[in-house]
Ligand binder design. Structure first.
Ligand SMILES: Cc1ncc(COP(=O)(O)O)c(C=O)c1O
Length: 414
C-alpha cells in the first residue's frame, strides 16, 4: 500500500511538459552561466553605470534612510495600495495642471510594476468592455504584452509599427491598420521609449492618432514603463498621455518605477483610468480592488514607500529628476559612441539609426545568425531580434562591442 502510494505521488506531474525559456530572461540566464571574463550583457532592460554595475539611486538611498529612521511597521497595504503614492504617480503621469483639475475623477490602483499594470488593466478590460473587444498591439512589442493579454483572455490583433527598411516607424502602415480596426478597440501604445525598436512617434503623429482615436472611439492604453528615459525629462516623455487627456479622451495608463527609479525588484507601479466623474471613479476603484484581491491581495510596501517619499519630498524629487536625466544622458552618449566607433572602424553599413533611436534599447538590424556569432565568438548577449539594451554599454566595453559587431557584419548584408 505504501509502495503504491509512493509510486502514485511520484508520477502526479509526469505529464507536465518542459516550458520554453522566456526569450529575454533566457538570454540573461545564458549570460550568467558564461564563465568568460569579457562577456557583455546587452539583453536585459536594466540600467547599469559606467562600470557595468547595477545602480541604487542616491534619491532612493535617502528615501530608504527616512523609512529606516521612521521605524515603520510591515503591515499590509490596503488592496488598492498606498494612497499617497497612487496620487503622486497620477500627478507625475498626467501632469500637475491636469491633476489639479481632474484628479478626483482618475481611478488609481497600486500594482506590481509595469507588468502588473498591464495585467490588471487587461483583466479589467476583459471584464467590463463588450465581449469580443480586441486589444491592438504594435508589431513588434515587448513580448510579454502578448502573454498578458492571452492570460487575461483578450483577443489580440497587431498594428504595423516598425519598418525594417527605414529602421524607423512605419506610420502609414500603422494608420492603415488602425483605420481597419473595429471601433471601440483597445489600442496599446508605448507612451515613450518604445521597446524593442527604440522608435517613438512624433508630436504630429500622436496628434493624428488622437484624431483617429476620437473618430473610432478607441480606448488608448498607454504603457509608460520608461518615463524620463527617452528625453531625460519626465514631463516631455509624458507628452502623448497629456495630449490625449487634454482633449478629454478616457485613457488607461500603466506606470512602472522599475526603470526610472531603479526599483526593478520592488515591483512598484500604478494603473489608472480616466473616468468622467468621481462616482464613476469610485466604482472603477471598487472593481479594481475586486480583481486585485485574488491576484496579489495587497501590493508590495517598500517600493511604494520609497517612490512616495521621492515624489512628495521637494528636495528628493529634484535630486531624482537630476538622476533620471543623468541616466538618460549616459545612454545617449553610449548610442553615439557605438554608432561612431562602428563608423570609424570602417563598417560598410550605416549605423546612424542607433544614435537616432531613443530610450533604453536599440534595434540594431543584425539578424539571428549575427546574434549567434556575437554570443559564441564574443560572449556578447543580445536578443535574437537584434535588440540591444544600450544601458549595458559603457566606456570600458563599447569599443569591444563595436569591433565585434563590425567583425560579424562586415562581409554580410544587413
Ligand atoms: C514596454 C514595457 N512595459 C512593461 C514592462 C514591465 O516592466 P516591470 O514590470 O519590470 O515594471 C517593460 C519591461 O521591460 C516594458 O518594456
Amino acid at each position: 500500500m505504501q509502495c503504491f502510494r509512493a509510486l502514485r505521488y511520484f508520477s502526479v506531474w509526469s505529464q507536465v511538459p518542459m516550458g520554453p525559456a522566456d526569450p529575454i530572461l533566457g538570454v540573461a540566464a545564458q549570460f550568467k552561466a558564461d564563465p568568460s571574463t569579457t562577456k557583455v550583457n546587452l539583453s536585459i532592460g536594466a540600467y547599469r553605470d559606467n562600470d557595468g554595475k547595477p545602480v541604487v539611486l542616491e534619491s532612493v538611498k535617502r528615501a530608504e534612510q527616512i523609512i529606516k529612521e521612521k521605524k515603520l511597521d510591515n503591515e499590509y497595504l490596503p488592496v488598492e495600495g498606498l494612497q499617497s503614492f497612487i496620487d503622486a504617480s497620477i500627478k507625475l503621469g498626467y501632469g500637475d495642471a491636469y491633476y489639479a483639475q481632474n484628479g478626483k475623477s482618475i481611478a488609481g490602483c497600486q500594482v506590481l510594476s509595469g507588468t502588473g499594470a498591464v495585467r490588471l488593466g487587461f483583466e479589467f478590460s476583459k471584464k467590463f468592455l463588450p465581449q469580443g473587444t480586441k486589444v491592438y498591439m504594435p508589431n513588434p512589442t515587448w513580448p510579454n504584452h502578448h502573454n498578458i493579454a492571452r492570460m487575461a483572455g483578450l483577443e489580440i490583433s497587431e498594428y504595423r509599427y516598425f519598418d525594417p527598411k527605414t529602421r524607423g516607424v512605419d506610420f502609414s502602415g500603422l494608420v492603415e491598420d488602425l483605420n481597419k480596426a473595429q471601433n471601440g478597440s483597445v489600442i496599446l501604445f508605448h507612451a515613450c521609449a518604445h521597446n524593442p525598436t527604440g522608435c517613438d512617434l512624433t508630436t504630429a503623429q500622436w496628434t493624428q492618432l488622437l484624431d483617429l482615436t476620437k473618430k473610432k472611439n478607441f480606448l488608448p492604453f498607454f504603457d509608460m514603463a520608461y518615463q524620463g528615459f527617452t528625453s531625460g525629462d519626465v514631463n516631455k516623455d509624458a507628452e502623448a498621455v497629456r495630449l490625449f487627456t487634454a482633449q478629454g479622451v478616457p485613457i488607461v495608463l500603466g506606470q512602472s518605477f522599475a526603470k526610472n527609479m531603479g526599483l526593478y525588484g520592488q515591483r512598484t507601479g500604478c494603473l489608472s483610468f480616466v473616468c468622467s466623474n468621481q462616482q464613476e471613479k469610485d466604482k472603477v476603484v471598487s472593481q479594481l480592488k475586486l480583481l486585485a484581491r485574488p491576484l496579489w491581495s495587497s501590493p508590495p510596501l517598500h517600493g511604494a514607500r520609497v517612490a512616495d517619499i521621492i515624489l512628495n519630498t521637494p528636495e528628493l524629487n529634484q535630486l531624482w529628476l537630476q538622476e533620471v536625466k543623468m541616466m538618460a544622458n549616459r545612454i545617449q552618449l553610449m548610442r553615439v559612441g557605438l554608432a561612431n566607433t562602428l563608423k570609424s572602424l570602417g563598417s560598410p553599413h550605416d549605423w546612424s539609426h542607433i544614435s537616432k533611436q531613443i530610450g533604453m534599447f536599440a534595434f540594431t538590424g543584425v539578424g539571428p545568425d549575427h546574434v549567434k556569432e556575437l554570443i559564441a565568438k564574443y560572449h556578447i548577449y543580445l536578443l535574437s531580434s537584434g535588440r540591444i539594451s544600450i544601458a549595458g554599454l559603457n566606456e570600458g566595453n563599447v569599443k569591444y562591442v563595436a569591433e565585434a559587431f563590425h567583425d560579424v557584419t562586415k562581409n554580410t548584408k544587413l
